[in-house]
Design a protein around this ligand. Structure first.
Ligand SMILES: [Fe+2]
Length: 287
C-alpha cells in the first residue's frame, strides 16, 4: 500500500478511513480476564486491531499481575519482549511514580505528562517496538488521560496535505536521538532513522516519532520542518481523528505501537497509579 501505485493506495486509503473508529467506544472489548479471553472477545480485539491498530479491553476479573500480562500477549502472538533499562527481569515494566534510583530520572516513572510519541523511538532499527500492552492495575486520583492515533491515519492525513511530507519522513537521516549518557558513561549510542518505514512488501507501516524538543535532532530541511508542523497540528486538533480515554483499573490497551501521549496525574497516600507495560518486537498477529 505504502509503496504501491496511486490507484491501489487510493483504494486502501478509502477503506482505512471508512473503518477507522469515529469514537473510542468502538475500540472497547469486554474480556473475562487476561488469561480468560473467549474466542469471541479475541476476534473482536483482532478486528479492532485491523481497523485501528489497537483495542481497549475491560477485564471482569480485576486481579492481574505481570505474568498475566505476558500470558495475554501470547494469545496475540506476542512473545519477544524488549528488556530495556527499567523493566523487571520478566520484561514487564511497572509504571508508577518513582522518587529515587535510575527510574526516577525518566518521565514515564513520574506523574508528569508525556508528549506524543511511539514507544522505543530511541531503539536501534533491529530492535524497534512493534506492539505494546499497557494494563491499568490502579488508576490515579485524578488526571492521567491518554490520547491515541493510528499511525496509518497520520500518514494518510499528511499525504493528503503534501506527498513530499511522506518522502521527508522516510529519509534515513530524518530523526536522530543523541546518545544517552549516564554517570557511568554511555548507556545507549545515538540512533538515527526514518519516521515512516515499511515491511511485509510495503503493506505494513511502522512509525518512529517523538514531539519532544530536547534530545532529538531533526534533519535540517524545510520540508521536514513543515511535515513535523503538519503532524503536530493534526495531533493537537480537538476535532481531528485523535481518540481520548482514561484507563480504569482492569482496563488496558493492546496496540501495534500507536501514537500516544499521557496527561499529568495526581496520586495520594492511599491511591497510587500503577500500569504494567510490555513492549514487543513482533506485531499483533491479526492475520
Ligand atoms: Fe509510551
Amino acid at each position: 500500500m505504502f509503496t504501491s501505485g496511486e490507484n491501489d493506495y487510493r483504494e486502501w486509503r478509502a477503506e482505512r478511513l471508512a473503518l477507522y473508529p469515529g469514537s473510542v467506544r468502538e475500540l472497547l472489548v469486554d474480556i473475562g480476564g487476561l488469561k480468560d479471553v473467549s474466542a469471541r472477545s479475541k476476534a473482536a480485539i483482532l478486528a479492532s486491531c485491523r481497523h485501528a491498530n489497537m483495542a481497549i479491553y475491560t477485564c471482569r476479573d480485576r486481579t492481574a499481575d505481570r505474568a498475566a500480562v505476558r500470558a495475554f500477549g501470547e494469545i496475540f502472538g506476542l512473545r519477544q519482549l524488549d528488556h530495556h533499562l527499567c523493566t523487571n527481569d520478566d520484561g514487564v515494566s511497572e509504571l508508577a511514580v518513582s522518587t529515587g534510583g535510575q527510574k526516577g530520572e525518566y518521565v514515564p516513572y513520574s506523574n508528569r505528562g508525556l508528549s506524543w510519541h511511539t514507544d522505543g523511538y530511541y531503539n536501534h532499527a533491529q530492535e524497534q517496538i512493534h506492539a505494546v500492552i499497557l494494563h491499568c492495575a490502579q488508576d490515579s486520583v485524578s488526571g492521567g488521560e491518554s490520547a491515541v492515533l493510528d499511525p496509518r491515519i497520520a500518514y494518510i492525513r499528511m499525504r493528503d496535505v503534501n506527498p513530499a511530507f511522506i518522502t521527508a519522513f522516510e529519509h534515513p537521516d530524518c530523526m536522530e536521538i543523541p546518545a544517552n549518557i549516564g554517570e557511568q558513561g554511555e548507556i545507549r549510542p545515538p540512533v538515527r532513522g526514518p519516521v515512516f518505514s515499511y515491511s511485509d512488501a510495503g503493506t505494513t507501516l511502522h512509525m518512529r516519532y517523538t514531539t519532544r524538543k530536547k534530545n532529538v535532532r531533526w534533519r535540517d530541511d524545510a520540508t521536514t520542518t513543515a511535515a513535523r508542523e503538519c503532524l503536530a497540528d493534526l495531533l493537537e486538533d480537538e476535532a481531528g481523528p485523535v481518540l481520548r480515554f482514561r484507563l480504569a483499573p482492569g482496563q488496558g490497551i493492546i496496540s501495534n505501537n500507536v501514537l500516544h501521549n499521557r496527561a499529568p496525574f495526581e496520586d495520594d497516600s492511599l491511591q497510587q497509579r500503577l500500569l504494567y507495560r510490555a513492549r514487543y518486537f513482533e506485531r499483533i498477529d491479526s492475520s
